[in-house]
Design a protein around this ligand. Structure first.
Ligand code: FES
Length: 106
């Protein structure tokens, strides 16, 4: 279980406890947090689960795999701290993670 904070573009914050084994995208869907679509269900094939990882956390996450890196080319307004949230697995190591949701996914 990890406490994860999702922050919408408008500033609304969602603090939720996401069970181990889910992804950060799964957590957003489970708690109906708006702005993370996850159209492909986590197969790293849609880039609609794009998030910005808060400063201090980006470097602590496991690095992107090549497929995620390539799929990010299809995301809107990609920044140096962009990740696809379906590729961030939840366990105790991400307890306290903060991600910001882009204004749109397409
Ligand atoms: S849910 Fe499709 S790439 Fe993440």
């Amino acid at each position: 279980m990890a406490k994860i904070t999702y922050i919408e573009t408008g500033g609304a914050e969602h603090h939720v406890d996401v069970p181990n084994g889910l992804s950060v995208m799964d957590g957003a869907k489970r708690f109906t947090i708006p702005g993370i679509e996850g159209d492909c269900g986590g197969a790293c094939a849609c880039a609609t689960c794009h998030v910005y990882v808060e400063a201090g956390w980006f470097e602590r996450l496991p690095p992107q795999e090549e497929l995620e890196h390539e799929m990010l080319d299809f995301a809107f307004d990609v920044r140096p701290n962009s990740r696809l949230s379906c590729q961030i697995k939840v366990d105790e190591s991400v307890d306290g993670l903060v991600v910001r949701i882009p204004p749109r996914q397409y």
